[in-house]
Design a protein around this ligand. Structure first.
Ligand SMILES: Nc1ncnc2c1ncn2[C@@H]1O[C@H](COP(=O)(O)OP(=O)(O)OP(=O)(O)O)[C@@H](O)[C@H]1O
Ligand SMILES: [Mg+2]
Length: 343
């Protein structure tokens, strides 16, 4: 009998990513991976607009990646989700379940009775509890579970992009130190910032900006179709690009890096007791933009690297070549499927 397989499903606005992991003790064994682009506007601000297109993409990614597992763990991010570290005084740990809903109502950008709530306790003192509050809109959870079921998977757990990534980072880098690290998942429509240290998450924020803005500006500047602009953007290193595209790319990278810098600096200025950022680690498809890591490093004045340490992950034969270039984009789905590695 085969050991059970878990499929991490990351449904992005640009593509769906499916990573299948088989547990082997504490080791992560990536047995299969599939990715499939989805048609433009099938998902807008994380809302599934075209269910059929997403279900088809999931089925095709499963076929292309030779995914055999059915048990799935899915991820959410964006406006229908909420992650915040909360320190609550005057409350004992055993009282937390009774007050979580009231506490969440103070913070959530949507109604608490419309939300699925969860929390992870990060620290306890005599009469205060430090915890990570995680919430997602019920309608969003149902919508994502619906398409995943329709594609033939059996969704077991719902997670949040940044937490899946943090899990993968820990498994890859073994991060337990007090050093403050920012993980940036730079996608097509959303860039998620997660600042954390060895003790847990400190700050999470989604910026609604990603590679699609650059695709659109190349499209407009050169009068191309979306796929032509996309191909131009990803196929050549910046050195071989037409000058107009290079100009669009350089402008975008500077603008983008400044937006990220602003969000990060704002949080640090509000939290002066937190030690400065030790490093930034990038994932997501748009982390591959030529020169992006370098520009971001200069603006943030910190070391920026791309998530690439896959030594701790064992790969099915044939996946090593694919993962050399795809790992940053696949990271959320792999982190999801590897979730139980920490348990
Ligand atoms: N080598 C590359 N260079 C530059 N951009 C790239 C490269 N490879 C992929 N991209 C861009 O990365 C983006 C897709 O990244 P990713 O798969 O992380 O997004 P997603 O998860 O589908 O979207 P979302 O932002 O909704 O989460 C697209 O904009 C794509 O053009
Ligand atoms: Mg994504």
């Amino acid at each position: 009998m085969f050991p059970s397989r878990l499929v991490g499903i990351d449904i992005g606005s640009h593509s769906v990513k499916l990573a299948e992991v088989i547990p082997r003790g504490k080791e992560i064994y990536l047995s299969a991976f599939g990715v499939k682009p989805i048609p433009d506007n099938s998902i807008v601000l994380r809302e599934i607009i075209d269910r059929h297109a997403v279900v088809e993409a999931l089925k095709e990614a499963r076929g292309a990646g030779k995914i055999r597992g059915q048990n799935a763990i899915i991820t959410l991010s964006g406006p229908g989700t909420f992650v915040k570290r909360v320190q609550l005084s005057g409350v004992k740990l055993r009282e937390l379940p009774n007050v979580i809903s009231w506490e969440a109502a103070q913070w959530l950008p949507f109604r608490v009775d419309e939300a699925e709530l969860d929390y992870e306790v990060l620290g306890v003192e005599d009469s205060s509890v430090d915890f990570l509050l995680v919430a997602a809109k019920k309608s969003m959870v149902q919508s994502y579970i619906g398409v995943v079921r329709e594609a033939g998977f059996d969704p077991q757990v719902v997670d949040i992009d940044v937490l899946a990534l943090q899990n993968l980072y820990r498994l890859s880098y073994g991060h337990r130190s007090p050093q403050v690290v920012a993980l940036l998942n730079v996608g097509d429509s959303i860039t998620s910032i997660n600042i954390f240290n060895g003790a847990g998450t400190l700050f999470v924020k989604d910026i609604f900006l990603g590679g699609e803005v650059l695709t659109k500006s190349i499209q407009n500047r050169l009068g191309l179709s979306r796929s032509e602009a996309e191909n131009l953007k990803v196929s050549v290193s910046s050195g071989g690009l037409p000058p107009e595209v290079k100009e669009e790319m350089d402008d975008f990278i500077i603008f983008f890096a400044k937006q990220i810098d602003e969000s990060i600096k704002e949080w640090f200025s509000e939290n002066p007791s937190v030690p400065p950022l030790a490093s930034v680690v990038l994932s997501g498809g748009s982390s591959g933009l030529p020169g992006f890591a370098n520009s971001l490093g200069k603006i943030l004045q910190v070391n920026v690297e791309t998530l690439s340490n896959i030594d701790t992950i064992r790969l099915q034969k044939g996946l090593d070549n694919i993962m050399r270039s795809t790992f940053p984009m696949a990271a959320v789905s792999i982190g999801l499927a590897a979730r139980r590695g920490l348990l």
